[in-house]
Write a protein that binds this ligand. Structure first.
Ligand code: SF4
Length: 441
């Protein structure tokens, strides 16, 4: 890691932790009213997995059929509640966990969404063992346009270290499943990880080659390894020590090895002759998250739903949303968040930024000067564009950002007991339209 990398990591770690600390956690009792002239991105969280991978810090729990069935019922009820208070959805992203853990329940949930609002696109995460004709047909018929498969690596030794070999199959098995799935959906994305503890340059280059040249998967995402403080010990035991010093080198290897018909749509997502994006946060500044462990960003406030499945079910039963925490962002942080997400998508439209946040460039002048001086940005007419070095910087920034989000998830998991014991105030009511106080929900 260069000295510049170290300075950037320290700076962005500090800022990301501050942004996601949910300091002075205030119970959430209001949501901003939806803007009736627009539709929102809807994020749905399905937290069940058959195997819990050691590196993973998402909100996930071991799959049990009865628990998951009940959860899907609550999730559908929360969707109806959001619709009742006026939210309309244009696009849906279902993340987890493993959303396809009960494909029938997922299809029922997506059918409900499509019945409530016309939907443009639906993106769903899955694992390789769910790439069967039955599951794929079921989710495609439910309107899924993009399926994102957690492959992580095509190296059998690494798959074993990650505890994925037995459950999700050998590299060869995963490759034939991907081959089968390619062409089933408008977009098939293969999620890969780089900078795994024992991953060699050769292993990474082989992954790039198989995914792009051999299988020609329509989209691939190469994430840098990220982890929360809570998963570090388990990862160390099962996979070895993480060395962030190799990250920049491995990222450059990927950029150099990608065939020319794979073009980036974000700092770590690459499309085969297309232009879809991997990250819903790039195209949708604001989004509503439903389900246990989901985050929302609405009206300059970050919201988090309870991480306790029991608490979540109880809230929904009482006619209340699962949201239990909120963190308002300062004006400067809102602008920084806008800059962060737009440049993660490789460029920022200057006119759009100034129209959205008057004084945008004046307020963020120091940050932009710093990025220009280090060679991360260049001006291209009305756009600010990330340079190749800027893409590397953004990988580092986003890694720090998502690791801070993971640490926040740890905090929320620790708060489960506190939430279960909490009386009324950690709850959000669904007002009937005529009782709604002006300007609030
Ligand atoms: S990596 Fe995917 S399958 Fe593994 S525990 Fe995390 S969400 Fe579940």
């Amino acid at each position: 890691m260069t000295i510049m990398d170290r300075v950037l990591t320290a700076g962005f770690r500090h800022n990301s932790k501050r942004l996601t600390k949910f300091d002075g956690l205030t119970p959430s009792d209001s949501l901003p009213p939806p803007d009736p002239s627009r539709t929102y991105m809807l994020y749905l969280h399905v937290p069940f997995c058959v195997v819990l991978c050691p590196f993973c810090s998402f909100h996930r729990v071991c799959f049990k059929e009865d628990k998951a069935t009940r959860y899907f019922e609550s999730l559908r009820q929360e969707i109806r509640m959001a619709h009742e208070v006026g939210y309309r959805f244009g696009d849906i992203y279902v993340g987890g966990g493993t959303p396809t853990v009960m494909p029938g329940e997922l299809a029922k949930t997506l059918d409900l969404c499509r019945k409530l609002s016309p939907i443009n696109s639906i993106s769903v995460e899955t694992n390789p063992d769910d790439l069967t004709p039955e599951v794929m047909t079921q989710v495609r018929d439910a309107g899924v346009t993009r399926l994102s498969v957690g492959v992580q690596s095509l190296d059998n030794d690494l798959l074993k270290q990650m505890d994925r070999y037995d459950k999700y199959g050998s590299a060869e098995k995963v490759m034939s499943a991907l081959e089968r799935a390619n062409g089933y959906f408008e977009t098939l994305n293969a999620d890969m990880i780089f900078n795994l503890p024992r991953q060699t340059d050769e292993s990474l280059l082989r992954d790039v080659d198989i995914i792009t040249r051999q299988l020609e998967i329509s989209q691939t995402t190469f994430y840098p390894l990220m982890s929360a403080e809570s998963t570090m010990r388990k990862m160390l035991k099962m996979m070895g020590e993480v060395n962030f010093d190799r990250e920049g080198h491995m990222y450059r290897l990927i950029l150099d090895a990608l065939p020319s018909d794979y073009q980036p749509s974000s700092a770590w997502c690459f499309n085969h002759r297309g232009d879809t994006t991997d990250e819903y946060v790039i195209e949708n500044e604001e989004y509503l998250g439903l389900g246990s462990g989901s985050l929302s960003y609405l009206g300059g406030i970050l919201y988090s739903s309870t991480f306790s499945l029991n608490h979540y079910n109880r809230q929904i039963e009482k006619g209340q949303f699962g949201i239990s925490r909120q963190q308002p962002l300062t004006n400067r942080d809102r602008l920084r968040y806008f800059l962060l997400m737009n440049l993660f998508g490789l460029n920022l439209d200057k006119k759009v930024a100034e129209a959205r946040y008057p004084g945008f460039f004046r307020t963020l002048a120091p940050e932009l000067l710093g990025l220009r001086l280090m060679g991360a940005l260049r001006d291209e007419g009305d756009r600010l564009v990330l340079t190749r070095y800027g893409m590397r910087v953004w990988v580092l920034i986003m890694r720090e950002f998502f690791m801070a989000v993971s640490d926040f998830r740890d905090l929320m998991r620790h708060a489960i007991k506190e939430e279960l014991d909490a009386p009324g105030p950690l709850q959000i009511r669904v007002p009937t339209p005529d009782l709604r106080p002006p300007g609030t929900y």
